[in-house]
Write a protein that binds this ligand. Structure first.
Ligand SMILES: Cc1ncc(COP(=O)(O)O)c(C=O)c1O
Length: 478
């Protein structure tokens, strides 16, 4: 069908078939070009300019292929091996085909009847993950992203560890948690969403390796007590976002036990490193955690969003919410693993688990090992090159696939060097060949890469360093 004239025509299966084939052809060609770096990682335009370009085109008649192309032109291209920016998965193309299945079925797996297959897959995976992380009596669910996952877990921790039933009676007691000052901002946000305010988040400084200084925990606990603050939880980062360094989970577990704290591990990025025999030791101690979250849309090659929330004890996974919804469930108050919305923020809940399930079933779990082992090893090789090149500094030797480094000609003052590295990052953004980001560590500017693309090699990384050196020549002190 060439022209759609009615609402019914939209549902014509042949219309869908032809557009579907067209899309897959476009995307397969796109993949080929992106993988060969024949398109830039980004064609950056300022937001105002881009808004005006899109607005001026709105009344033009566009074909499906035109619209697809317009979206692709103004998007970032993760499949280009020179994309080494933020921590978003470079999706296994299969994951996008699963997305098509997910969106046609559009089952809401919050309620068993509304998505039986999706619910069962979720249960099978949760049980499998529980075993993998050493949670013998584990349970949990999938949710929409690491940010929401951390909040959900902390709500459960609050319900189980606060002196009173906060869900029913609220709380006028000042509650708090401990976390490293390098943790992802969403932990801070969760604290404030829960109404704990400034006093609710106790940020423990990091050591020279950017790991939480666990030796300071007794001091912070003492201080909190003297101020009447009731600390209920401690969060370990696995790893923290800026530097990609893993906290010492065994040490955190030891203090959590001593002070009767809920021990949560934010493994959004690097939790699934347990699949890599070479690097799984980074997660040592996770089996002692009360809860853990990890994203499959970061290091497990699936599209966003899909986050796994695991609890050491399945029954605690029902603690975040107490909901009565008679129109959804006959037994609102009963813990039913198959009615997932009882435990999640989402009411209409996507079939998140299908993406990683298909990858496991079709390609095997070993692809996740391969991905972690390859990218984490490459980050170490890159760090070695940085260390041996006098024109660069390394912030810290990497644990993961995240590396922070900077250009340094040993002549510029610190302030100028910060500006120069900001200049370099901006020039790279405008150039578009590579996509990298920057961060601040102890107030200083560092360039930052996350090797998310399994096709990135040392060749691209060496080319990046050459480009940075050439770019730095044009920096002018103002
Ligand atoms: C350690 C950590 N936790 C949480 C998040 C937030 O996850 P999401 O982007 O899935 O909400 C991130 C994101 O980078 C992260 O690195």
């Amino acid at each position: 069908m060439d022209e759609v004239k009615s609402l019914e025509d939209i549902f014509d299966e042949e219309h869908f078939r032809s557009k579907g084939h067209e899309l897959v052809d476009i995307l397969a060609d796109y993949l080929k070009e992106a993988k060969a770096s024949q398109i830039k990682t980004i064609n950056y335009k300022e937001p105002k300019q881009l808004l005006s370009e899109w607005t001026s085109r709105l009344n033009e008649k566009s074909s499906f292929a035109d619209l697809v192309q317009q979206v692709m032109d103004d998007s970032i291209h993760l499949h280009n091996p020179k994309y080494i920016g933020h921590q978003v998965a470079v999706t296994a193309p299969m994951s996008s085909l699963v997305d098509m299945l997910v969106s046609i079925l559009n089952n809401g797996v919050g309620v068993y009847e509304m998505g039986s297959a999706g619910t069962i897959v979720e249960k099978i995976l949760i049980d499998r993950f529980s075993k993998k992380f050493g949670f013998t009596d584990g349970g949990g669910f999938f949710t929409s992203g690491g940010t929401l996952a951390n909040l959900t877990v902390l709500l459960a921790a609050r319900q189980l560890k606060a002196p009173s039933n906060v869900w029913e009676g609220g709380s006028d007691q000042q509650l708090a948690l401990l976390v490293s000052d390098q943790a992802h901002y969403c932990v801070d946000r969760a604290v404030r969403v829960m109404g704990w305010g400034d006093n609710g988040i106790i940020k423990v400084p990091v050591d020279g390796e950017y790991r939480m200084r666990t030796d300071l925990i007794p001091q912070y606990m003492e201080e909190a007590k003297s101020k009447g603050i009731h600390v209920i939880a401690i969060v370990g980062s696995a790893p923290s976002t800026s530097t990609g360094k893993y906290d010492d989970l065994n040490e955190i577990a030891r203090y959590a036990k001593e002070y009767d704290l809920w021990f949560h591990v934010d493994g959004a990025h690097g939790g699934p490193v347990v699949y890599s025999p070479t690097f799984s030791h980074l997660m040592d101690g996770v089996d002692k955690a009360d809860s853990l979250i990890f994203d499959t849309h970061k290091m497990m090659l699936t599209s966003a969003l899909a986050t796994v929330v695991l609890f050491q004890h399945a029954k605690t996974s029902y603690s975040a919410f107490q909901v009565k919804a008679d129109y959804l469930w006959e037994k609102s108050h009963e813990a039913e693993w198959h009615n997932l919305a009882k435990r999640t923020f989402e009411c209409t809940k996507q079939m998140f688990a299908l993406r990683i399930f298909f990858l496991f079933q079709l390609y095997g779990e070993s692809i996740i090992d391969e991905h972690f082992t390859k990218t984490f090893t490459l980050a170490r090789t890159f760090a070695d090159i940085i260390t041996s090149n006098d024109a660069f500094d390394l912030a810290v030797y990497p644990d993961s696939n995240i590396v922070c480094f900077r250009w340094n000609n040993r002549i510029l003052e610190l302030d100028e060097m910060n500006k120069c590295n900001q200049y370099i990052r901006r020039q790279l953004l405008e150039d578009g060949k590579f996509y990298i980001v920057q961060t601040k560590l102890k107030g200083e500017t560092w360039l930052r890469i996350s090797i998310m693309n399994p096709l990135t090699t040392i060749i691209e990384l060496k080319e990046l360093l050459d480009l940075i050196e050439i770019t730095a020549i044009d920096f002018k002190i103002v």
